[in-house]
Write a protein that binds this ligand. Structure first.
Ligand code: SAM
Length: 250
């Protein structure tokens, strides 16, 4: 099947022009952040709104929110901000993101698209070597502006999830999960993590996926087929976002 074109020339131009416009626009950084809708692209905004829709669906479901595959942290921070805004007294809901922060530690054969230009490679999505420390500083700032900030809201677990997640579950026997957000992109960690997380999600909880039915990322669909079976899931989507899907545990 034809692969999804990642970005058109026009989209690349838009990105570049917007970046230089943003850096040259008048006003302080705070002015620009406060008016972020002037600068942010609609795709990012749609993804943000999608996460808001998911959050609203689990706001009355017990359990923490786990994001598998964090990259630069925008998703986990979205959920943490939403929890702070929509349920300031729910100090029990933790947002926990898992990533190597060094990109894919390995890629399976099934993820390989046999095209060096688009096939995922070991190390893709790696971040700056001090990125984890930067995130910790970021959490500190986030905590300065929320209620009940004596209780941790947002945390990150660094390392290969195939190793860190079984250990994390062992160390957190109390953990219940209201929303498991899968964005690891590739086969093996998705399969392993999905199998382990299922017993922790109550009815009404949500499992969300970023890359199902995506010819660029066959590993995620394969992992779901093997771990739960696609036909056991009522996979839903929203009208304004093309790639993402979710199911409510029944
Ligand atoms: C598409 S990015 C995640 C994007 C992020 N959810 C967001 O909203 O911006 C995929 C991430 O999965 C992580 N990842 C993939 N395999 C992993 C593994 N075995 N252990 C930990 N992280 C992994 C990669 O490091 C990468 O940052």
């Amino acid at each position: 099947m034809e692969k999804i074109i990642k970005r058109t020339e026009r989209e690349r131009e838009y990105k570049e022009e917007m970046e230089s416009f943003f850096s040259e626009a008048s006003g302080s950084i705070s002015d620009k952040l406060n008016n972020f809708t002037r600068f942010v692209d609609r795709q990012t905004l749609a993804t943000f709104l999608y996460k808001y829709e998911l959050f609203k669906k689990v706001v009355d479901v017990q359990g923490s929110i786990l994001e598998f595959g964090v990259f630069r942290g925008g998703g986990s921070f979205t959920f943490a901000q939403l929890s702070t805004i929509l349920e300031p007294y729910n100090y029990q809901r933790r947002i926990i993101g898992f990533d190597t922060f060094g990109g894919f530690p390995a890629v399976s054969e099934i993820d390989d698209l046999s095209d060096p230009d688009i096939s995922p490679q070991k190390g893709d999505f790696s971040t700056h070597e001090k990125f984890y420390e930067e995130l910790m500083q970021n959490i500190g700032l986030f905590n300065m502006n929320r209620f009940l900030n004596n209780v941790e809201k947002l945390m990150f677990v660094k390392g290969d999830i195939n190793v860190t997640f079984p250990r994390f579950l062992e160390e957190n026997k109390h953990l219940v999960v209201s929303l498991a957000y899968f964005d690891l992109d590739i086969y093996l960690p998705t399969k392993n993590t999905l199998e382990l997380i299922l017993p922790r999600i109550p009815k009404g909880g949500i499992i969300a996926f970023d890359e199902l039915n995506n010819p660029d990322w066959p590993g995620e669909t394969q992992a779901v087929i093997e771990a739960v079976g696609i036909n056991n899931l009522r996979l839903k989507r929203v009208t304004f976002e093309p790639c993402r899907s979710y199911c409510v545990v029944e």
